[in-house]
Design a protein around this ligand. Structure first.
Ligand code: PHE
Length: 469
């Protein structure tokens, strides 16, 4: 054995799967997918989404996992092992988590705040929502610089503590408990939601096939929206899957996991739609996406449920909190692994705790900064035409660096001589060999780059309100 797994190794297949699914399942599944699916053709959107998962999601997932396991390195060193000249792709994938972590922890903090507030209501405590108008409650919360900063810092601290614990003892152990718990909570909420009077309208919003949306050039926008959603939801193009792959045992099947992770992520997204939309429609509210769906619309739903409302409220916000934290630990691990590799390269003993702590401090500063900005409501100067600093960080990462990095990755692995068959031998270690080899290479060459280009253009168009599609 060479110097593989210096930084850690997963204990069990199940533990790895929970950690990987945990990194993928996040706010994207919960607050974006249900609405996008409903708006973009319901079942028709789901079909497109599944095709994209099969031809793009699974393919990039396999590329990233195998790159990680073959090199045993974090994302920068992993790309450098293909060729020194690709080191910039690795750095793209390092900058993104560094930028995303700050606001992701802030949003995780919002979830924690709402879980606590619903708990307060359950006990009739003064720190509950206490029947306040949910829209006013939300705006007074997100503009409250002290409260949002504190909740953000709690999430940053939790993330740092878990990642400091190491791959198996920290990340895997936490995910092995948290992800099944998330699943159970989700099932309970679905049962409540679909049995509400008028729930069927919500189900038909989500599932009713509407092929009209494909008319004319409509299909391009559906494709861009489904592609962007899939890409973000699977946490691709940002080093996470490479890093998590680097801790896999050689006996683990890469192909099987590259299939299971996207499928599980998609199942959770569809489950989220069944948990959220029926309740929203049954309460006579309009769906939407993003923070207002989660923190205004759903809070209104829980308040309308009567005395049991705070219980379901707590359950839902706690669930989203778990989804957020398993993603933020993945972000921190991916960013930290790069720095630990640098220490190892210099022949030093890597210092996980110190690296996590230092990056944690940086993230804390970032998180407090976006908290002070208060989603753009606190009068901070803004740049790049965005309404708040969260969007600015998101634009640079999710809007540009992630799709661009993944596009270049697809070209490296699909077309360029140095990278074309770089991980084939690694994937061939799977039992039964590299069974999907031809399929994989076909998709990587002809489908993935086209879709990623579309995602990139779609993102730029959305961030700058250009309405290209
Ligand atoms: N995949 C996560 C989601 O669906 C988001 C995420 C993206 C998390 C990138 C970490 C990194 O919400």
């Amino acid at each position: 054995m060479e110097h593989h797994h210096k930084k850690g190794e997963w204990n069990s297949s199940f533990g790895f799967l929970m950690a990987a699914v945990g990194s993928a399942v996040g706010l994207g599944n919960l607050w974006a997918f249900p609405y996008k699916m409903g708006k973009n053709g319901g079942f028709a959107f789901l079909l497109i989404y599944l095709i994209l998962v099969a031809t793009v999601g699974i393919v990039i997932c396999l590329t990233e996992l195998s790159l990680g396991r073959k090199t045993g390195k974090g994302v920068v060193a992993a790309y450098e092992s293909i060729s020194k000249k690709y080191s910039f792709v690795g750095w793209f994938a390092w900058i993104s988590p560094m930028l995303i972590m700050g606001f992701y922890c802030m949003l995780g903090g919002y979830c924690l705040k709402y879980a606590v507030a619903n708990l307060g209501d359950l006990f009739g405590a003064s720190w509950g929502v206490n029947g306040a108008d949910s829209s006013e409650y939300f705006s007074s919360f997100f503009t409250d610089q002290v409260q949002t900063s504190i909740f953000t810092l709690i999430i940053v601290a939790l993330t740092v503590v878990i990642v400091m614990g190491g791959v198996a003892k920290g990340i895997e152990r936490f995910s092995t408990i948290a992800m099944p718990a998330l699943f159970v909570m989700m099932v309970i909420i679905i049962i409540r939601s679909v049995t509400m009077d008028g729930a069927s309208e919500g189900l038909s919003f989500v599932f009713k096939p509407n092929f009209e949306v494909f008319r004319g050039t409509g299909w391009i926008s559906v494709l861009a929206s489904a592609g962007g959603q899939m890409f973000f939801s699977l946490s691709l193009g940002m080093g996470i899957t490479v890093t998590y792959g680097s801790y896999m045992k050689k006996t683990e099947s890469l192909q099987r996991n590259a299939f299971l992770i996207p499928i599980a992520d998609t199942i959770v997204a569809v489950m989220a739609a069944c948990a959220i939309m029926p309740a929203v429609f049954a309460s006579g509210l309009n769906p939407g996406q993003g923070p207002s769906l989660l923190f205004v619309t759903l809070q209104t739903v829980f308040q309308a449920m009567g005395s049991i409302g705070p219980f379901f409220g707590f359950l839902l916000y706690f669930l989203v909190f778990i989804a957020a934290i398993t993603s933020s630990i993945a972000l921190l691990e991916a960013a930290s692994a790069v720095i630990m590799d640098k220490q190892i390269e210099k022949g030093k003993q890597h210092n996980r705790k110190m690296v996590c702590l230092l990056i944690g401090l940086f993230v804390a500063a970032e998180g407090v900064f976006v908290s002070l900005d208060g989603l753009g409501a606190n009068g901070f100067p803004q740049i790049l035409g965005q309404g708040c600093w969260l969007d600015t960080f998101d634009l640079i990462s999710e809007g540009v660096l992630m799709p661009l990095g993944a596009l270049i990755t697809a070209l490296i692995f699909g077309w360029f001589k140095t990278g074309k068959e770089f991980t084939d031998d690694e994937i061939a270690l799977d039992q039964g060999g590299f069974r999907i080899r031809r399929y994989y290479h076909f998709c990587l060459r002809w489908i993935v780059p086209v879709i990623l280009l579309l995602v990139l253009l779609g993102q730029i168009s959305t961030f700058f309100g250009l309405d290209w599609f």
